[in-house]
Design a protein around this ligand. Structure first.
Ligand SMILES: CC(C)(COP(=O)(O)OP(=O)(O)OC[C@H]1O[C@@H](n2cnc3c(N)ncnc32)[C@H](O)[C@@H]1OP(=O)(O)O)[C@@H](O)C(=O)NCCC(=O)NCCS
Length: 296
């Protein structure tokens, strides 16, 4: 049995890590080289590195999206060392770290094509809480909304009705109350977070006769897709969603992005509107969102 050491990542691990990450998948390039520097610098994140004979052969990251919620990402093992328990060791280090820091909830997403990860999650009895399909489209230069309907950036005065819209079962779209925060990390759309997003001008809505009937929240994928205007949440009435999607495409044009996209929940009505609104699926497969309790 190999002797495997695990410690937190250091800047000097970069060369070896990025070298094995060049071969992560056969037909697809990895993104770790785009985020490595930022991942090392962010205080909310921890990258664990597995070493054999002092050489990095695997990595795994956790990122604290809030005090009680962690996002798991970046699990990679050098091809030459796969199938020897290194991912298992890295995962137990992540679990231990989260328990020691009293972080209760963990989440990660897994693509439906990723049979190894799906197997690992199932064997650990981890539950899928939602499914998402990434979509993208081009911005549009003009838009004409129906009369009586206004597209607007929400502010603190809209908070109460915006929260009602998010909580009410009478609207379509995201119904698990997750926000896909920057870097594609899911977190619960808690009241304080929602307030903060409104105050930062990241929430956009459709009002009809002064009543808020649809809203969307901006997010970003700066490193992986800087030219895309990312949405992290969308919800509204049947009537407002098609208008909201068009207005958002126009907003992306005004903000000079070359595309607009996001991970959208598999709500049938929303997926139909996306298709009719000119959005296309930008990855194959469906992403399952897993959530589990670090203490159970
Ligand atoms: C997925 C990956 C991290 C696994 O690393 P690894 O060190 O080979 O995994 P381990 O040997 O620790 O095995 C972990 C589990 O996966 C299973 N597993 C590993 N390789 C497998 C394979 N090729 N087929 C089926 N199951 C496999 C093991 O049986 C083990 O299951 P268990 O812990 O429930 O008993 C590695 O294959 C990899 O880097 N893949 C590319 C990147 C990737 O897919 N990352 C995850 C998604 S972001």
């Amino acid at each position: 049995m190999m002797d495997v050491q695990v410690r937190l990542a250091r800047a000097e691990d970069g060369e070896a890590v990025l070298a094995f990450c060049e071969h992560t998948w056969e037909n697809q390039s990895d993104y770790i080289h785009l985020v490595w520097e930022q991942w090392l610098a962010e205080p909310e994140g921890r990258i664990f590195v597995a070493l054999v004979n002092d050489v990095p052969v695997g990595i795994a990251r956790v990122f604290m999206v809030s005090e009680s919620e962690a996002w798991w990402e970046g699990l990679r093992v050098d091809r030459a060392y796969r199938g020897q328990g290194i991912a298992r060791i890295l995962n137990s280090q992540r679990e231990q770290f989260l328990r020691e820091n009293n972080v209760k909830i963990s989440r990660c997403h897994v693509n439906s094509r990723d049979k190894v990860m799906l197997g690992m999650m199932t064997r650990r009895n981890r539950k899928i809480v939602a499914h998402y399909i990434p979509h993208k489209t081009t911005p549009i230069s003009t838009v004409k909304s129906p009369s009586g309907s206004t597209f607007t950036q929400l502010n603190y005065r809209d908070f109460t009705c915006a929260l009602e819209l998010v909580k009410s079962p009478n609207f379509y779209g995201e119904n698990n109350c997750f926000y896909v925060s920057p870097g594609a990390k899911w977190q619960e759309l808690k009241i304080e977070l929602f307030k903060n997003l409104i105050e930062r001008g990241l929430v956009w809505g459709i009002k009809q006769s002064d009543r808020l009937v649809g809203l969307a929240i901006e997010s970003s994928l700066k490193q992986k897709s800087p030219e895309t205007f990312w949405l992290g949440y969308i919800r509204g009435t049947k009537e407002s969603l098609p208008i909201l999607l068009l207005e958002l495409r126009h907003l992306a044009f005004q903000k000079k992005y070359s595309s607009i996209g996001g991970f959208f929940p598999t709500c049938e009505l929303l997926l139909n509107f996306l298709e009719k609104g000119g959005f296309w699926k930008s990855y194959t497969g469906v992403f399952s969102l897993f959530q589990w309790d670090n203490f159970s």
